[in-house]
Design a protein around this ligand. Structure first.
Ligand SMILES: NC(=O)c1ccc[n+]([C@@H]2O[C@H](COP(=O)([O-])OP(=O)(O)OC[C@H]3O[C@@H](n4cnc5c(N)ncnc54)[C@H](O)[C@@H]3O)[C@@H](O)[C@H]2O)c1
Length: 332
């Protein structure tokens, strides 16, 4: 298969490209290598991919008119994995404007390019933050999700609606993923695991929000990519899956799928695992809840399992150890 990945130098995009190349697919990827976090990390992720002659990289902004249209016209893409976005709940409090270009305009340009040259399946990243103020746990894809708590989540939820309309109008098969706090090797420096590891080693206090009273359905990146790879062949059709609450649209080849662990972990337990792997205790700075954030996330993964026969299972002991091993070898 020839697969087009946006945000291919990002944490999840690069890990996905790596695994897809390893199982024989051809990958073309785009990224603008922006400086939201250290671009050197993005270049280093790309360097791992560039040794494979089935990989091609294009540097560019997805929202620039014509770039994606040109790539789709020439590419003959069988599938698209859309990861490029301005991510981060907390950053969106102070920098909401930066979410408009990548998330809304960028996704619009992608949908337009696909309308002209349709791939067989498009897989687009959304987020567990789309569930917003919902308190019914675990989160099921068929729940109403109308009360986003941050502008990041609002833009991601908007891309779900945009994609649905294109799936309906132009018969584009689209699966939207809601990811749940992804962690692992080559992770993002703006996310808790790297911030914690760095500060624990430095001996500086780590910020622990909501006094540590937080639970996250942490998902190991390799598990997430495996689920994504299995879903490539599961383009939505008109027929709902039996015996499970299927989010399939009644009017479009469009479905929303959670990719999570179905096993929320207390933040303080996650921190303990990092401490154990590093062999050093954290100094904790207990803080109030951050604006825009939620206290808990928990994915119902029945739909993912019904579609693929697979759900993420890596225990945090193993996942955190793999993350810390990578952190120490990469950052020294
Ligand atoms: N990591 C998580 O825990 C998590 C959770 C939920 C959802 N997501 C979503 O998954 C996707 C991937 O996240 P990630 O953690 O790999 O983030 P990331 O920031 O590491 O990757 C995104 C990549 O997209 C690129 N990019 C951003 N805007 C672009 C643009 N306009 N044009 C071209 N390239 C652009 C960035 O340079 C970056 O390399 C995102 O859509 C994110 O919102 C991630």
């Amino acid at each position: 298969m020839h697969i087009f990945i946006t945000g291919v130098a990002g944490f999840i995009g690069a890990n996905a490209a790596n695994q897809l190349l390893a199982i024989g697919h051809r990958v073309t990827g785009i990224d603008n290598l922006n400086d939201y976090y250290d671009p050197q990390l993005k270049k280093d992720r790309l360097q791992r991919l560039e040794g494979d002659n089935k990989f091609q990289f294009v540097k560019g902004n997805i929202q620039d008119p014509g770039i994606l249209a040109g790539l789709f016209a020439d590419g003959g893409f069988d599938a698209v994995i859309h990861m490029a976005a301005q991510a981060g709940v907390r950053y969106s409090i102070d920098n909401p404007r930066s979410y408009l270009d990548s998330n809304l305009v960028g996704t619009f340009e992608l949908l337009e390019a696909a309308r002209a040259n349709p791939p067989k399946h498009m897989l687009l990243a959304s987020t567990s933050s789309a569930y917003g103020a919902n308190t019914e746990m675990p989160y099921q894809e068929v729940q109403k999700a109308d009360h986003q708590m941050s502008f990041y989540a609002a833009t991601k939820k908007a891309t779900e609606a945009m994609a649905h309309s294109y799936a309906h109008l132009y018969a584009l098969p689209i699966t939207m993923f809601r990811f749940f706090t992804v962690y692992g090797p080559w992770g993002r420096p703006d996310m808790a695991p790297i911030k914690f590891a760095r500060k624990i080693l430095d001996g500086t206090p780590i910020d622990v929000y909501n006094h540590g009273n937080m639970r996250r359905d942490f998902t190991y990146v390799d598990d997430l990519v495996r689920a994504l790879t299995l879903l490539l062949d599961k383009a939505p059709t008109q027929t709902p899956i039996a015996d499970v609450a299927d989010s399939l649209s009644p009017v479009a080849p469009f479905r929303v799928v959670n990719i999570g662990n179905n096993k929320p972990v207390e933040l303080l337990d996650f921190i303990s695992e990092i401490e154990m792997s590093l062999g050093k205790q954290a100094v904790q700075n207990l803080m109030e809840m951050q604006a825009g954030d939620v206290a808990a996330t928990w994915a119902d993964t029945a739909l993912l399992e019904a579609l693929t026969g697979y759900v993420p299972r890596t225990d945090i002991k193993i996942g955190v150890k793999a993350f810390v091993d990578w952190y120490q070898s990469y950052y020294g």
